[in-house]
Design a protein around this ligand. Sequence first.
Ligand SMILES: [Zn+2]
Length: 235
Amino acid sequence: MQEIPSRALVVIPHPDDGEIACGGTIAKWAQNGTEIAYVLCTNGNKGTDDPSMTTADLEDIRYKEQVLAAKTLGVETVFQLGHPDGELEDSREFRGQLVRVIRSFRPEVVFAPDPYRRTFYFHRDHRIAGIVAQDAVFPYARDRLHFAEHEQEGFEPHKVKTLLFWGAEEVDADTYFDITESIDLKIQALICHSSQISGLSESDSTDWLRNWNREIGLKCGFKYAEEFRKVTFPI
Ligand SMILES: [Zn+2]
């Protein structure tokens, strides 16, 4: 995949997922003129081990952190769906929300978590968000009689060209992007999520990310890289 798209949408179950999964690619594309939006599915209100933290406070803190991180990467819009953390469901409501965002933002490329990871653990919200994102892209956003009420709101059906799944099994990853020039910005964006890295030094909280992207880079001949499983929709 060589072309840089004009618009890309990133489906993120929780605040910080976008930065970790594809922050380098996002920053690079944004610098080259791609308009990028996040759709933040949950409010991240369970992501703490601080005994004094409340869900209401955490939701507020994490939204502010996410907006700052998005801005750091050059993401212009954060659509907020507001589901409670850990409670995403493969429901008509959630599917309709993603279809509506796709029809309004009209991306060529959608990023989402790979729901079919098999050999290592991942969060339930990622599994559900990945499945619902794929269904929302195809065929629901494409076919006008699905969620036909969107037409009354002025949102026409939309065909996404490419879905890029992050977090795929190593054997399934087939698309690599060079993020050597944007790795530092990716790390700066991750640091915006201070509620998730409190108590750690800056290097302790980010070295793993640098090392991980370096390891991916070794597979494809770049110093730092991100990897994805690509699904295209030619029809
Ligand atoms: Zn997450």
